[in-house]
Design a protein around this ligand. Structure first.
Ligand SMILES: Nc1ncnc2c1ncn2[C@@H]1O[C@H](COP(=O)(O)OP(=O)(O)OP(=O)(O)O)[C@@H](O)[C@H]1O
Ligand SMILES: [Mg+2]
Length: 330
């Protein structure tokens, strides 16, 4: 478990100290895929760098597995770091080394014998789907493949935690999905707790079970992903989750419903089924849905006539199909 308590980080500038993180508190439980989302400059990278003491907090504590990293020696911090892997937006691989050489690197630092480290690195390259690329140099690999090597390298020391700072921001949408799926698999099969920093809601909504929204150095809201996704309360979370158009009030005489898909539902033509069943017009105001491995993620805003019977029927149909929804403008 990672407990961040009242963490404040200031940087000195010519104009005096600036506060980049202001009394941030968060609990990341074992097994979480925890998303930290915010606009550029919100303090996300600084926060993730404070978790492994790449930046030292000005005040507050970072407690990893019961140990406060702000209170222990640098030597102990270094030992703790082997339990916290990290990946970055631009992969940060060693260009002079092959994929295998990159994954072996942290094992060399940890003084693992040659035979064992090559075996372990090969196994990790297999886990990330690159068994056939061990002799390739970073320049010979695509962005997605380089990030896979970086993930294998981050996992080399068998960490309990994997910190990801904008790990998919340099990748195209389909490569992004495949890397997120890999992170999810690592979380589920290896039991690694994953912390994901991003400015993109779609990254968080597709794999995170918890989310914290960071806004101007402070946590605007934090909690279960599904809860915040359904009912964002802060202005910043609303604007990240719902584009302007989806937040408008319905026109007179219409009611809006936001339908939510969290991957539990396999693909189905929800709206067409609804229209067939209730025989009243349903318009789609906004939709941002993804089909990942046949499962639906995202949300959709629909409008129906403001007629209690029709609304009741719509809600009954959604309940029957186990589609979560939030009603607006009733
Ligand atoms: N070493 C530093 N010295 C002074 N200011 C800094 C330093 N590092 C970061 N900052 C400032 O802290 C603020 C937060 O930076 P940070 O990199 O944590 O933001 P971010 O949320 O990761 O942004 P982005 O999405 O653009 O990566 C910014 O205003 C930045 O200029
Ligand atoms: Mg950043």
């Amino acid at each position: 478990m990672i407990e961040i308590q009242n963490l404040t980080k200031q940087f000195p500038t010519k104009e005096g100290p600036i506060t980049v993180l202001d009394s941030v508190s968060l609990t990341i439980e074992d097994g979480d895929i925890y998303g930290i989302i915010g606009l550029s400059g919100a303090g996300k990278s600084t926060l993730i760098r404070c978790i492994n003491m790449l930046e030292r907090p000005t005040h507050g504590s970072v407690i990893v597995d019961g140990k406060d990293l702000t209170q222990i020696s640098m030597k102990e911090v270094r030992a703790m770091r082997s339990r916290i892997g990290m990946i970055f937006q631009h992969f940060n691989l060693l260009e002079q080394r092959t994929a295998l050489g990159n994954v072996c690197f942290p094992l060399e630092l940890a003084k693992v014998g040659k035979k064992e480290r090559v075996e372990r690195a090969r196994a990790l390259l297999k886990t990330v789907g690159l068994a056939d690329k061990e002799n390739a140099y970073p320049s010979e690999l695509s962005g997605g493949q380089q990030q896979r090597v970086a993930i294998a390298r981050a996992l080399a020391t068998n960490p309990s935690y994997l910190l990801c700072d904008e790990a998919t921001s340099a990748l195209d949408p389909s490569t992004t999905v495949s890397i997120l799926e890999l992170l999810k698999e690592i979380n589920q099969t290896m039991g690694v707790t994953v912390v994901i920093i991003t400015h993109e809601m779609k990254v968080v909504e597709s794999i995170c079970n918890k989310v914290a929204v960071l806004d101007h150095a402070r946590i605007a809201e934090a909690g279960e992903m599904a809860e915040i996704f359904c009912n964002p309360t802060s202005g910043i979370a609303k604007s990240l989750i719902l584009p302007e158009k989806a937040r408008e009030n319905p026109v007179e005489g219409r009611v809006r419903l936001r339908l939510l898909f969290n991957g539990e539902k396999t693909f189905m033509p929800v709206v067409s089924q609804l229209i067939l069943k209730i025989k009243t017009p349903v318009s789609i105001v906004f939709a941002d849905m993804k089909d990942i491995d046949g499962k639906m993620y995202g949300h959709m805003v629909i409008e129906v006539e403001d007629n209690e019977d029709a609304i009741r029927e719509v809600c009954a149909h959604l309940d029957e199909e186990h589609v979560a929804y939030v009603r607006k403008g009733a």
